[in-house]
Structures are given as structure tokens and as C-alpha cells.
Design a protein around this ligand. Structure first.
Ligand code: ATP
Ligand code: MG
Length: 407
């Protein structure tokens, strides 16, 4: 069963029991735009315990906020009790929630385009916040006073830019001005949540616009305080020139393309990226420029090609140089590309012809000498200067003779 089918079945069941139940939020927005919703959420006046009593398999995720997950065959649906929220002393979470009706539930949502309901049985949109008009105008606008709404939850500032990026909508001017006034408070939001919004924004093909808004709103300098503005300024052009589908590490590398690697990595600490992601980002940032050396030794090229992120590095370089209008660098990159193509079908990471034990057997001293010999031998192998064990043994013997050290 799809999530959509499951959500509609849940609405039917709740309604049969006499409750009010509607599809709510992002799925209504996406349906009205003719986009495929990521997931369908249900909102109802049934209390969490009533929802749990009605469906055999449920998960209590945020029952105190009125949210229950109903598990259907192969699908799960978030069922939330209509609620209003108050408090928000910390700029992140409401202090109290109260169960209410659909109209008040609409009012606690962030943007008008996210504040609509849909009745799938009557096939009717229920819109208390003028969301349909803003969908037509293609704008992101807070429900109610933007300073107040951002003051309740500062993450909404990033969400505004994220939705504007993903939908290619403008941010309504008052809403955008309020982001500027509140940008300084973004640091109250956890790095992980900031990272999730940045990721959604920067992996989207419209990521250049996202980065421009982020900078113009003042959020870039608040999230990444040591990033000089002239470096932030070049990010949108590079981001825009990347291929359509990119992952977050490549997008971040483009975002920081004007910035020294160490600075960028230090600034990214706040995002609490996984070790793997940080490794990917570090690789991209520290190897910038290397692919412009199109005459690099064959062994170096093969080693780079053996890296899992080689093509991301290539893409980053291409976009960076294109954004800078550097024709010479682009020509060098094209030459390197031809060399790479000529290596198609070649094993760029062959097994070493001899291993450490072999080298010790041939007389290498255990320790750094073996390491150095192994490395030089492997380079000779990658350079196609050796192609049999026998040749490798001869090469190693010659090397050992040249490097003979007195005991
Ligand atoms: P997506 O398609 O990216 O999931 P969405 O609109 O469904 O977008 P969610 O984060 O899944 O966004 O949230 C679902 C709904 O809950 C939103 O449409 C909005 O009505 C409400 N909502 C979510 N986060 C907030 C928030 N921080 N403040 C106010 N309302 C919110
Ligand atoms: Mg959603």
C-alpha cells in the first residue's frame, strides 16, 4: 500500500468514527502544484489515545505534541491531532500545546503554502490562511507576523529559503526582511538541523538561488562567521554550474570553493557532518587544482582515478573554473579528461606485484625501508614499467642495491 492510499484509508476510518480528519501541510501544497508529495500527513480532532485505540499498530512519536504514527502494510502515516502551540521561550520548541480545531492548527504552521488541508473524500481544499493565493503568486509567506513567527522557531528562516529554492518561489518581501532582522538568532538552532535544511537547499538543482538568498538574508555570515563575504559571493555561480544531481559534500565544496580548505572544514564543524561526509569534503577541498596539471605522472593520475570521489573533484573543478571564466584552466581540464578516457578499461588500482613479505624475503629491512620500496615499486607498476613478478623482483633487487645502508 502506498503512503497516499494508507493516509486516505486512515482519513476514511477516522471519519467513519465521527472525527474530523484531513490531509494536511506539505502534501496539500504539492498536490495543488501537481508535484508528487514526499509523504501524506493526516490531521484530526481525534486525541492521540483515540487514534491509538482505533488502529492496531501505532507508534507514539510525539504523543505530547499530538503526533502518532499509524503503521499500515508497507506504509506509515503521521497522524497529528489539531493543535495550537504557545511558549517558544527558547526559539525552538513550544512550551505548551493545546488540542484545538483545524483553523487554529493551520495558524500554528509556518508558511501559508504549508498551512492548507485537503478533504480527500469530498475532494475539497480547506484553506484558512490564503495559501492558494500565495501558491498562485508563487511566494513563501509566513502565516501571521513574520518577526513573531521566526521568533517562535528560528529554523523557519532556513525553511523559508529551502522552500523558496525547491519550489522556485520568491520569498514575500516582509518575510524576507524579517529573516534579515532575525538572522543573528540562527545559532540557537542545532547544527544538525541547520545541516538538514542546508542539504535540502544545496542538493536541489536551484541551489544557486538558495545560496544567494542565504547570503542576502545575512544567514550565511551567521552560520559561517569566518567566511569572508567576497568568498561567499562566488558560491552561487559555482553551485549553479554543477550538474543537476549532486550530493551534499560536493555542494558544500562548491559553496566553499573560494575558501581555503582548512577554513572551510573548520566552519563546517558546526554542521556536525558524519565522518564519511567530512572525509569526502576534505578530499574535494584539498585536491582542488590538481586536475589542472594535465601532464601529471601516469601513476598520480591513476591514484586519483582510483579515488571514489574522482568525478566529484572533476565536477567541482569544472564548475569553479567555468564560473571564473578561466579558459586556460578549462582547456587543461579537457586535456586531462581525454587522458582519463584513454584509460578506460585499465585497472587503475592493480594488486601490487610484490607484497611486504616478498620485499623482506628479497632483503629489504622491516620498517620504513619496506614501505618506501613498496611505494616506489608500486609507482613503477602504475607507470606500466613493470608487468610481471619477475620484472618486479629484479627492479626491487636493483633498488635494494642502490639503497644499501651499512648495518
Ligand atoms: P517536505 O515536502 O519537504 O516534507 P513539508 O511541507 O511536508 O515539506 P515537513 O517538515 O515535513 O514539511 O512538515 C510538515 C508540515 O508541518 C509543514 O507543511 C508545516 O505545515 C508544518 N511544519 C513543519 N515544520 C514546521 C515549523 N518549524 N514551524 C511551523 N510549522 C511547521
Ligand atoms: Mg513532509
Amino acid at each position: 500500500m502506498t503512503n497516499r492510499r494508507a493516509a486516505i484509508t486512515i482519513v476514511q476510518r477516522l471519519r467513519a468514527e465521527g472525527f474530523c480528519a484531513l490531509l494536511a501541510g506539505g502534501c496539500v501544497r504539492d498536490m495543488l502544484l501537481g508535484r508528487r508529495p514526499k509523504d501524506y500527513d493526516v490531521a484530526t480532532d481525534a486525541r492521540p489515545e483515540q487514534v491509538m485505540a482505533l488502529f492496531p499498530r501505532t507508534l507514539k512519536v510525539g504523543a505530547q505534541f499530538g503526533v502518532v504514527i499509524v503503521l499500515a502494510r508497507c506504509a506509515q502515516v503521521e497522524v497529528a491531532t489539531f493543535r495550537s502551540e504557545t511558549g517558544y521561550e527558547d526559539g525552538r520548541h513550544p512550551d505548551r500545546v493545546a488540542f484545538t480545531d483545524a483553523a487554529s492548527d493551520a495558524a500554528r504552521r509556518d508558511f501559508t503554502i504549508n498551512g492548507m488541508f485537503y478533504d480527500p473524500l469530498e475532494e475539497k481544499v480547506i484553506d484558512y490562511v490564503d495559501g492558494q493565493a500565495d501558491l498562485k503568486r508563487r511566494i513563501v509567506r509566513t502565516i501571521g507576523d513574520p518577526d513573531e513567527r521566526f521568533g517562535e522557531d528560528y529554523l523557519r528562516m532556513l525553511r523559508a529559503i529551502r522552500f523558496s529554492t525547491q519550489l522556485d518561489f520568491a520569498i514575500e518581501p516582509q518575510t524576507f526582511a524579517a529573516i534579515g532582522r532575525n538572522a543573528q538568532h540562527i545559532n540557537r538552532i542545532s547544527g544538525e538541523r541547520i545541516a538538514m535544511e542546508l542539504e535540502a537547499m544545496l542538493v536541489h538543482p536551484n541551489r544557486g538561488a538558495g545560496a544567494s538568498m542565504l547570503r542576502a538574508s545575512g544567514l550565511t555570515e551567521r552560520i559561517f562567521p569566518a567566511l569572508p563575504d567576497e568568498q561567499a559571493q562566488q558560491a552561487p555561480a559555482v553551485l549553479e554550474l554543477l550538474r543537476r544531481r549532486v550530493d551534499f559534500a560536493l555542494a558544500l565544496a562548491a559553496f566553499f570553493s573560494g575558501c581555503p580548505a582548512e577554513t572551510a572544514l573548520r566552519l563546517c564543524h558546526v554542521l556536525k557532518l558524519s565522518r564519511q561526509r567530512t572525509g569526502h569534503l576534505r578530499f574535494l577541498l584539498t585536491h582542488r587544482g590538481r586536475l589542472l596539471d594535465h601532464e601529471m605522472a601516469l601513476a598520480s593520475l591513476k591514484k586519483l582515478l582510483a579515488e571514489p570521489c574522482f568525478w566529484d573533484l572533476y565536477e567541482l573543478e569544472r564548475a569553479t573554473q567555468k564560473a571564473a571564466g578561466n579558459a586556460r584552466a578549462l582547456a587543461a581540464l579537457a586535456k586531462l579528461h581525454r587522458r582519463v578516457q584513454a584509460l578506460r578499461g585499465v585497472d587503475v588500482k592493480p594488486r601490487p606485484l610484490l607484497n611486504g613479505h616478498d620485499l623482506i624475503r628479497l632483503g629489504a629491512r622491516p620498517g620504513p625501508q619496506v614501505g618506501q620500496l613498496a611505494e616506489e615499486l608500486y609507482i613503477a607498476q602504475l607507470e606500466d614499467r613493470l608487468d610481471s613478478r619477475q620484472q618486479a623482483e629484479q627492479w626491487a633487487a636493483d633498488w635494494l642495491q642502490r639503497h644499501h645502508l651499512p648495518e
